[in-house]
Design a protein. Sequence first.
Length: 192
Amino acid sequence: MPVAERQIECGCYIMVEHRLGLLPTDVPLHWNIAAYPNRVAAEAGRGPRGAVVEALGRVWLMSVAEVGYRPVGGEHLAEVGPLRVEAGIPYTAAYMQGIMLPGAETGVHHHPGPEAILTLAGEECMETPAGKQVGHPGGEPVVVPPHMPHRLTVTGTEERRALALVLHDSAQAWAIRTHEHGWTPQGLCRGD
């Protein structure tokens, strides 16, 4: 849901959608995240595939770039990837913030491109047909390949706060409810 439509703080909200166009496929791409003291400083550091995002009480510069890319200024927070993209497809980066309470769960869905999540507080578990990934502060980010059905569950006892990127085919919706895949979660994140 776009942040302008937010009625409560908890939820997953799109903060910025940034059209990137065709992306290089000859080098691995990553999501680079840097924090800045204010929007002016972040804008000054923004490169061609960067977007300034105000989320979770901070100003971020988020970029889709090659390994090792660092924007000018700012505090480097993370480099998440690799992000699998296909040649000949124009992409849009949907940058989100997620605030969810323990026990919250999404419906089963997929994206026409990779999804990456950096957990800043709390804990989450992402179940896919390939198993589960657990995200928590200081741990490995969660990365889901394009078109893979998945369901996110907030585990642990703390409120989960996270930044997310869905790098999707610009000609498609950023998220698609998944029924046609015939996959049903096995409850790996709830301990079923």
